[in-house]
Write a protein that binds this ligand. Sequence first.
Ligand code: RP5
Length: 168
Amino acid sequence: MTDPIVLIVMGSDSDLPTMQETAQILTQFGVPFEMRISSAHRSPHRTGKLARDAAGRGIKLIIAAAGMAAHLAGVVAAETTLPVIGVPMGGGALSGMDALYATVQMPGGIPVATMAIGKAGAKNAALFAVQILSLSNPQLHESFVAYRAQMAAEVEEKDAVLQAAGRL
Ligand code: RP5
């Protein structure tokens, strides 16, 4: 089995259905990853260790997903020099706005690249990871360019269907 180069950490197993989006895209691009559950608040010491040990075992970047007062990505970023991508989870009383602000509003000095709330953010976290890894991996870059071209082709196809239906 190939060693993981991306670590996905989430605050709870309740985040897993959303973070499957990330896993699916990384799998599609053939990027080896590891998924862990660790909480900034409920298991702070374990979370710190996970972040501190990551670089030493070959992880290149970390994707951290949490909801509510989502301090996970920030805490992880504070404990590593690896780039950290944050994904705020939706749901809860504030529909993910709490998690968005908690993840994105980092103090100067400790950045977290924050994605959109929920599934779109989970998907984009994987794509952003692929873009970063592509900088030193020409084959991965080629796959990413092909992915973009496929997306554009799909939009054209949808428009062609719309035109054929005579709706415009
Ligand atoms: C956060 O609190 C987790 O990331 C999750 O999004 C949220 C709720 O967790 P559970 O109560 O569902 O375990 O720490």
